[in-house]
Ligand binder design. Structure first.
Ligand SMILES: [Fe+2]
Ligand SMILES: [Fe+2]
Length: 163
């Protein structure tokens, strides 16, 4: 099983970067250029991570019936994370509402990555063979860069999000 940790280590590296970005954003204030730049970096990083994670890891796990529930749960959370990021982008950054929404998002996102690391990844290890591992590592590295190039801040209020 030793080899299987490579993809999970890589995903955890991204998660640690996300935690650092969230910490930095919490220290910014008002409508500062710094808050805007960090929020753009966070949005692109989180959207591209989730997309590449789905293409590499979750698409593989969907082929393993015992993990269907966990996979559906995580992918549904990715959608909620996207909506929350778009809602934040559509909210005035200098307002108190932005900061309270951001704190709520911070909590929601940390819960998502903690659950992946503590519950899902260790369980997924039980169902992977060498071919799966090799496939996931390759797909993640290739797709993460590509998704990063295409990721965007797309403001949309939660109440206007159709799906
Ligand atoms: Fe995720
Ligand atoms: Fe993740």
């Amino acid at each position: 099983m030793a080899d299987s940790t490579e993809i999970f280590d890589r995903l955890k590296q991204d998660h640690d970067k996300h935690r650092q970005l969230l910490d930095k954003l919490k220290e910014t204030s008002g409508e500062s250029g710094q808050r805007e730049a960090l929020f753009e970096e966070l949005t692109k990083e989180l959207k591209s991570h989730a997309a590449a994670e789905e293409q590499a890891l979750y698409s593989t796990m969907l082929r393993k019936p015992p993990t269907t529930d966990e996979t559906r749960h995580s992918v549904a959370e990715h959608h909620e994370i996207d909506e929350a990021l778009n809602d934040l982008a559509a909210t005035d950054m200098s307002s108190g509402a932005w900061l309270s929404k951001f704190k709520e998002f911070d909590h929601q996102y940390r819960h998502h990555i903690d659950e992946e690391e503590e519950d899902h990844f260790p369980d997924f290890e039980n169902y992977l063979d060498d071919k799966d591992r090799e496939h996931m590592e390759r797909v993640f590295e290739r797709r993460k860069d590509k998704e990063m190039d295409e990721a965007e801040v797309t403001p949309e209020k939660k109440e206007d999000a159709k799906e």
